[in-house]
Design a protein around this ligand. Structure first.
Ligand code: UDP
Length: 468
């Protein structure tokens, strides 16, 4: 079944006239990895002629001055510092919390916007705002879900629920949990991936998953930041359980210049530092906006980088290492060695520009979907250190299915880190990864061109919204 297209009957001219009067409300989740693709999507839809309203929480709100062409509507009463959680399991309670506490204020905002002359044609929310489906139903407002992960991991998540209910997750002993065997029904995830897949609070994670899946099933359609050629098989599996129309229009960030939805200031000196290095020589190291490390993991990373003898650009977010404000826990003498020019550490980088820099030869990543896709777009092979959730299937796909990088299988250990860096940056194997990922990059260029899969899917999406 081809779920990527929907039968559309509206003519092109009728579409153009209809679009210019359509207002869309986009509601992002207030995390960096969710804000970026939602604002990129907003830009894409605006370029097609829609008016865009960004409905946003007061906490982690995007900077409106970077988007003068959008209207920004804050949701009253949402200014709590919701990003200020100390461990990952708190994310689950946080998402459940905002999907109850913030829903009424969202409804009131939508009612007000709908009562204005221009009305609202459609609500597009992050999949994690599942509580808004009831509001959309009450207000008779079409809701489209934007899922910020890829299809492969979503299929894994959806398949994990019945397995969890059957008790499969609890069935394995501690020894078995280290197994390199695939889990039947969750391929390509391995048994050893399970413990981190649904975090430690697997019951809470399942509750959240169930609500998200229900909210997604009831939505009119789904928008994906991926491209058909990458996930054709998974798209078919998805269609069997989610018969909604699916629009695969990614990679979003390739439509326009690098995003300006960064919540932290991007240190542009990383680019001038890269300018001093030969092509493909530098390893870029970043674990995204949420992952936190303990002191011993941080130390192993530092020692692994030091032992590898490879130049590196390392993003260390302030307070991302337990018990440390920034770099206090680095080994003695490390900074002096870094100062010799082989390494450069910043608090936050302009990642898309960094990955596009010719000096970059590899990306050691936590395998968040934005980072993975940004790396594929620039043809940069990866070393994967997934920590939780969709990062696990993303890393499995990178190493075992797409074969465009390696996974650090046993956490952070300096010898293994050194070996992995060598495999990707120095050995012949690295060239194979590079060739494969360059081929994907080429497919991306094609899918965004007129007649390409993402290009056509975007046209279908525009027509679909106009048909409401
Ligand atoms: N990012 C950035 N500068 C950095 C690190 C990350 O701009 O130093 C951006 C990156 O380009 C990506 C996002 O932050 O768009 C991280 O999203 P991802 O899904 O990879 O991970 P998350 O932060 O959600 O775990």
């Amino acid at each position: 079944m081809d779920t990527s297209t929907t039968t559309i009957t509206i003519t092109a001219t009728a579409t153009a006239t209809a679009i210019s009067h359509r207002r869309l409300v986009l509601l992002p989740l207030p995390f960096q990895g969710h804000l970026n693709p939602m604002l990129q999507l907003a830009n894409i839809l605006h370029s097609k002629g829609f008016s865009v309203i960004i409905l946003h929480t007061l906490c982690n709100s995007p900077n409106p001055t970077n988007y003068p062409h959008f209207n920004f509507v804050p949701i009253p009463g949402t200014g709590e510092d919701i990003l200020n959680f100390s461990d990952m399991d708190k994310i689950i309670s946080l998402l459940l919390y905002i999907n109850t506490k913030f829903i009424n204020p969202i409804k009131e905002c939508l009612e007000r916007l709908m009562s204005e002359d221009d009305g609202v044609a459609c609500l597009i929310t992050d999949a994690q705002w599942f509580g808004t489906q009831n509001v959309a139903d009450i207000l008779k407002l079409p809701r489209i879900v934007h899922r910020t992960s890829n299809i492969s991991s979503f299929v894994c998540f959806a398949a994990s629920l019945p397995l969890y209910v059957k008790g499969l997750f609890q069935r394995f002993s501690d020894e078995e949990m280290k197994l390199n065997a695939p889990v039947h029904g969750l391929e390509p995830l391995m048994v050893k991936d399970l413990s981190k897949f649904l975090l430690d609070d697997s019951e809470g994670a399942c509750k959240l998953l169930e609500l998200m899946i229900q909210g997604t099933k009831r939505a009119r359609a789904l928008i994906w930041n991926t491209f058909k050629e990458l996930e054709e098989r998974e798209l078919e599996a998805l269609g069997q359980h989610f018969p909604n129309p699916h629009f695969l229009i990614g990679p979003f960030h390739r439509y326009f210049q690098a995003s300006s939805s960064s919540l932290l200031a991007q240190d542009k000196t990383s680019l001038s530092w890269l300018d001093k290095h030969p092509p493909n020589s530098v390893l870029y190291v970043s674990f995204g906006s949420i992952v936190k490390l303990n002191e011993s993991q941080f130390l192993e990373i530092a020692c692994g980088l030091a032992k590898s003898m490879q130049p590196f650009l390392w993003v260390v977010r302030p307070r991302s290492v337990e018990g440390s404000e920034w770099l206090e826990t680095l080994p003695d003498g490390f900074l002096e060695r870094v100062a010799e020019g082989r390494g450069y550490i910043v608090k936050w980088a302009p990642q898309q520009d960094v990955l596009a820099h010719p000096a970059i030869g590899g990306f050691w990543t936590h395998s968040g979907w934005n980072s993975t896709l940004e790396s594929i777009c620039e043809g940069v092979p990866m070393i994967c250190s997934p920590c939780f959730g969709d990062q696990l299937p993303n890393a499995r796909y990178v190493s075992d299915v797409w074969k465009i990088g390696v996974e650090l299988e046993n956490g952070f250990q300096r010898e293994e880190i050194e070996k992995a860096i060598k495999r990707v940056m120095v050995d012949e194997e690295g060239l194979k990864f590079k060739n494969k990922i360059q081929n994907m990059k080429w497919k991306i260029d094609l899918c965004l061109k007129k007649g390409g899969s993402s290009y056509s899917s975007l046209e279908d999406l525009v027509n679909y919204i106009v048909s409401f």
